[in-house]
Write a protein that binds this ligand. Structure first.
Ligand code: NAP
Length: 268
């Protein structure tokens, strides 16, 4: 199954039992509306978010492309299989569609790649990738035996953080590595940015929708806004059908100029 372009994030889900019902309902609504990609991590709510996802997708496994991420301190051969088994149990599934190295730690990359390939061979993981890897990390990864198996790189990318367009985005495009844009609303504030308010007015959309739709206009980029509010979920799902015209795209380029030189990859 190929990774869908539009999905749902889950950071800060599973942290508070009183919000659990709404979080499960938000993810189910997103699936109903066709957002067939869910991104989670063992870190989110220390397993709580994976449990929320597990509840949301129960009986609906075939509708979702499931991405989860492991901690750097679980990236060794000795640790990774047990971490994956715990994630699978919380998610209530037999396989993760794409399993990501959340951010780079001290374990040698070759050790992590070997552990990931063993998980693929065991059928517990359909594909694997990385997160928060800049070009130098990707070059190092690609030079390792099996490293060219990397399927995705999940990075901070939104209108206010366009640094990856200079080098990382073309690097991934040239090698068929999917880019997953995290924090597409910059964790929320982009939904109130004056340039987006203006673009929204001319596009018949909300500012947040313009921010998400702008990312969907980038080839090879998947977008994973997090929303626990039903109205936000509906608005995000509708972005799949939102087309931004050339004058709007040009106005956004003026307000958020693309990079002209290397910017180190930012991360949240
Ligand atoms: P985000 O998606 O940029 O923003 C989430 C915030 O925006 C929430 O407060 C949400 O409110 C609000 N929102 C969502 N849709 C909206 C809409 N249509 N209109 C107005 N407001 C809206 O931030 P994020 O959660 O940091 O990033 C998304 C996902 O990326 C995460 O959940 C996580 O899965 C992933 N991520 C990965 C990394 C990494 O290191 N790999 C780092 C950060 C994030 P409500 O929740 O109230 O609806």
């Amino acid at each position: 199954m190929r990774m869908p372009r539009l999905g749902m994030g889950t950071w800060h889900m599973g942290e508070d039992a009183s919000r659990r019902r709404d979080e499960v309902a938000a993810l189910r609504l997103g699936l109903d509306l066709g957002m067939g990609l869910i991104d989670t991590a063992e870190m989110y709510g220390e397993g709580g978010a994976e449990e929320v996802v597990g509840e949301a997708i129960r009986g609906r496994r075939d509708e979702v492309f499931l991405v989860s991420k492991f901690y750097p301190h679980h990236a060794s051969r000795a640790q990774l299989h047990a971490a994956c088994d715990r994630s699978l149990a919380r998610l209530g599934v037999e396989r993760i569609d794409c399993y990501l190295y959340h951010w780079r730690g001290r374990v040698p990359l070759a050790d992590t790649v070997a552990a990931l390939e063993a998980l693929v061979a065991a059928g517990k993981v359909a594909s694997w990738g990385v997160s928060n890897f800049d070009v130098a990390d990707m070059d190092e990864l690609a030079a390792i035996r099996g490293g060219d198996g990397v399927a995705a790189n999940q990075v901070l990318y939104n209108l206010a953080r366009r640094g990856i367009e200079f080098d990382l985005l073309p690097w991934c495009a040239a090698r068929g590595v999917d880019v997953m844009a995290y924090s597409p609303l910059d964790e929320g504030p982009l939904a109130r940015h004056p340039a987006l308010v203006e673009a929204a007015r001319s596009s018949g959309a909300t500012p947040a929708q313009v921010a998400v739709a702008w990312l969907l206009h980038r080839p090879g980029v998947a977008v994973i806004p997090k929303a626990a509010t039903p109205g936000h979920v509906r608005a995000n799902a509708a972005c799949a059908a939102l087309s931004l015209d050339a004058p709007t795209l040009q106005a956004l380029d003026r307000a958020f100029p693309p990079p002209r030189s290397k910017r180190p990859l930012e991360m949240i």
